[in-house]
Design a protein around this ligand. Structure first.
Ligand code: UDP
Length: 385
C-alpha cells in the first residue's frame, strides 16, 4: 500500500504481539512510524531494524489498567486520559492509516482519532474471553474494534471469540509469519556450545519459551519433569508485566529447588537467541493453561525441526496435527505431559520424523513473506477506497 502508516502499541517490552509488529512495520520502512506507550527493549529492537519509533509515556493510571480491570480502574484513569489522548490525536492527524496493534492501542487510538475519519486496522493478538479479560474490558474492546475499518486476527480462535463477543468489523485471519533464514541450522559447534552453557550432563533437555506469567503455565513442565528422572528443563523468558508475573517467577524457582528437581532446572531469563537455543534443546514444550491466542513459540519450535509438545487449546490446536507434526496434551495436566514426554524420548526416530514434518508444514503455512503479502492486501484494500 502507499501512504503513511502510524503503528500504535502499548508495550515497550518485546512480547509476541510486538515481535510480530516489528516484522510488519519493517515492511513499510520509510513511510511508517511506531508509537509506543512505554519505554523498554522493544523500542531499541525497532531502532536496530531501522523502524522509526517514538514513545508517549502513558500516564501511571492508564498503565495500571490490566486485562482484568473493572469500572473503578477505568474511572480513576479518566483525569489523566484527556492529555494523553490529545498527544495521540496530533500523531494520528499526520497518518493515512492507523494500525492498532494491541488492546490498549485500540482503545486509546480509537478514542484519540474520533472524528478524524482515519482508516484504522486493529491487529487482534488476544482471545477476548473470560479467561483473559474482564467482561467490561471485552465490551470496551469490541466496541472500539467495531469502529475500525478491519480487524486482523492472528488465529481462527481469536477471530471467533471476537465475533462471538459482538465484533462486527470485517475480520481477516492472518497468522504470524516467520523468516525461515532465522531458523536455518546453526553450525553444530555453536549449537553444542549453547547446550553446554546450560547443561553439563548427558540427559535430554526439554525447554519452554515465553514470558513468565501464571497463565503460561511453566509450572506444568516442572511438575511433569519431576516424574522423569534425568530430564533437564530450561525455562526461557522473564516476567514482563505484573506483580503476579514476578510472584509466579518466584514460585517457579521454589518448585525448581524441590528435591525431585534439584539441579535439573535452568532459568535462562529473557533471551534474543531463541532459534539457537531451540536447536540446542531436544524437545520444545508449550504449557499455557488458558487458551493461547496464537503461540509463536509453537511455530518457532516447529521451524527448529524439534518435536513440539503443546497445550491443546486455542492457536496451538490449529497449528499442530496431534501425533503427526507434534503432540497436544490437556492444558494443565502434568501427568499427561509427562507421559507424552516419556513417549517422545523413548522413540527418538518418531520425534525426529514429526520434527521434520512440522518444519515443512511451518515453512509452508507461516512464511513471513506470505504473511506480509496478505497483510498488505488488507491494508491496500482499505487505503484505496
Ligand atoms: N521470546 C523471546 N525471548 C525469550 C522468550 C520468548 O524473544 O526469552 C519470544 C518468542 O521467541 C516468541 C515470543 O517471544 O516469538 C512470544 O510469543 P508467543 O506468541 O509465544 O507469546 P506472547 O508473548 O505473544 O503471549
Amino acid at each position: 500500500m502507499s501512504g503513511r502508516i502510524l503503528f500504535l502499541d502499548q508495550s515497550g517490552q518485546p512480547g509476541g504481539a510486538e515481535l510480530c509488529l516489528a516484522d510488519i512495520a519493517g515492511n513499510y520502512r520509510g513511510r511508517s512510524r511506531v508509537l509506543l506507550f512505554s519505554r523498554g527493549r522493544f523500542e531499541e529492537i525497532l531502532r536496530e531494524r531501522d523502524v522509526p519509533v517514538s514513545v508517549i509515556d502513558a500516564p501511571r493510571s492508564l498503565s495500571a489498567i490490566t486485562k482484568e480491570a473493572g469500572m473503578g480502574d477505568h474511572l480513576r484513569a479518566l483525569p489523566e486520559l484527556a492529555g494523553f489522548l490529545g498527544l495521540l490525536r496530533k500523531e494520528i492527524r499526520d497518518a493515512d492509516l492507523v494500525y492498532l496493534n494491541t488492546a490498549k492501542a485500540l482503545l486509546y487510538g480509537v478514542a484519540a482519532g474520533l472524528g478524524l475519519r482515519k482508516p484504522a486496522v486493529f491487529h487482534l493478538h488476544d482471545l477476548l474471553t473470560s479467561e483473559h479479560f474482564s467482561r467490561l474490558n471485552i465490551r470496551l474492546i469490541v466496541q472500539a474494534a467495531n469502529q475500525c475499518t478491519a480487524v486482523i486476527a492472528n488465529s481462527t480462535a481469536t477471530a471467533a471469540a471476537c465475533v462471538a463477543a459482538g465484533g462486527k468489523a470485517p475480520v481477516h485471519v492472518i497468522p504470524n509469519g516467520f523468516d525461515p533464514a532465522q531458523f536455518a541450522p546453526f553450525p553444530p559447534g555453536e549449537v553444542l556450545a549453547a547446550r553446554q552453557e546450560f547443561h553439563s550432563g548427558t540427559g535430554p533437555v526439554a525447554a519452554v519459551f515465553g514470558r513468565i506469567a501464571r497463565w503460561k503455565g511453566q509450572d506444568v513442565l516442572l511438575r511433569a519433569a519431576a516424574q522423569i528422572p534425568g530430564l533437564k528443563v530450561w525455562i526461557v523468558g522473564a516476567p514482563f508485566f505484573t506483580g503476579d508475573d514476578r510472584g509466579y517467577a518466584g514460585e517457579l524457582r521454589a518448585l525448581a529447588s524441590s528435591p525431585a528437581l534439584a539441579g535439573r532446572v535452568e532459568f535462562l531469563g529473557q533471551r534474543e537467541d531463541i532459534p539457537r537455543l531451540m536447536q540446542a534443546a531436544d524437545i520444545i514444550v508449550h504449557t499455557s493453561v488458558a487458551p493461547e491466542p496464537f503461540g509463536r513459540v509453537v511455530v518457532e519450535g516447529m521451524l527448529s525441526g524439534k518435536p513440539v509438545i503443546a497445550s491443546r487449546s486455542g492457536g496451538p490446536e490449529e497449528i499442530i496435527r496431534d501425533g503427526e507434526t507434534g503432540w497436544l496434551f490437556l492444558p494443565g495436566d502434568a501427568a499427561s505431559l509427562a507421559l507424552t514426554l516419556q513417549n517422545v524420548l523413548a522413540l527418538p526416530d518418531r520425534g525426529r520424523g514429526a520434527g521434520m514434518l512440522a518444519l515443512d508444514m511451518a515453512q509452508k503455512n507461516y512464511s513471513l513473506s506470505t504473511v506480509l503479502q496478505k497483510t498488505d492486501i488488507v491494508l491496500s484494500g482499505i487505503t484505496s477506497r
